[in-house]
Design a protein around this ligand. Structure first.
Ligand code: ADP
Ligand code: 5GP
Length: 200
């Protein structure tokens, strides 16, 4: 059995990463990694599904116990990817999506250079702000902070393998599905060539 492939999805807050990635919950060949965060749980979020919520001390002890594949500070909070489950899923032949910000994405890429990096862009900065306002999760001050962070993140977009402009949601989902399928097909082909050589 072939290993699963690893995909990293990043982009400015409010661009629609979560909305796109959540569409992949219905596919059983894909596991959407659940991150640990020190930020407060929002009303529409579900513990263990949206995030694992932890205290700063709890988060530090996960780092000290080598439980994190990567972690980063975003705004005033910490976010990180639990390590073991990602490896388990990949070993079981399941593709893994990490929906994480840019600093963490680059750390994963260093450790796992085979990761496929996908950056999600908003159609315009005005639409980005509007999506953040419409989502209604953050106060204006926090929205301004996130747009400020977005400016830094956009400068890193060139480091990614693929860019999706999230205009029509269904098109964006199709684009990400195709990136995953193409990668799987390519790696299956490579693995078949290796098997063919071994068997001769
Ligand atoms: P992110 O995870 O990147 O912070 P979200 O997935 O929370 O962003 O999306 C931010 C807001 O934009 C949400 O209210 C979501 O419903 C909306 N949204 C996401 N994608 C689209 C789209 N293609 N067109 C219009 N609105 C969208
Ligand atoms: P939010 O507070 O909007 O849920 O997330 C803020 C930012 O943290 C987003 O850019 C999101 O992609 C990122 N993020 C979520 N989980 C992780 C993680 O495990 N690691 C890193 N580095 N970033 C994360």
């Amino acid at each position: 059995m072939n290993k699963g492939n690893l995909f990293i999805v990043s982009g400015p807050s409010g661009t629609g990463k979560g909305t796109i990635c959540n569409e992949f919950l219905k596919f059983d060949d894909v596991y959407l990694s659940v991150s640990v965060t020190t930020r407060d749980k929002r009303n529409d979020e579900v513990e263990g599904v949206t995030y694992i919520y932890d205290s700063v001390d709890g988060f530090r002890s996960r780092i000290d116990n080598d439980m994190m594949l990567e972690w980063a500070q975003y705004g005033d909070n910490f976010y990180g990817t639990p390590k073991d489950i990602v490896q388990q899923k990949l070993n079981a032949g399941i593709n893994v999506i990490l929906e994480i910000e840019v600093q963490g994405a680059l750390k994963v890429k260093e450790k796992m250079p085979e990761a496929v990096m996908v950056f999600i862009l908003p159609p315009s900065m005005e639409i980005l702000r509007q999506r953040l306002i419409n989502r209604g999760r953050e106060e204006k001050e926090e929205i301004d902070k996130r747009i400020d962070i977005a400016m830094g993140e956009l400068k890193k977009a060139e480091l990614y393998d693929f860019i999706i402009v999230n205009d029509e949601l269904s098109e964006s989902v199709k684009s990400l599905r195709k990136i995953i399928d193409d990668r799987n097909k390519m790696m299956n082909f490579v693995n078949n060539l290796i098997e063919e050589y071994k068997n001769n």
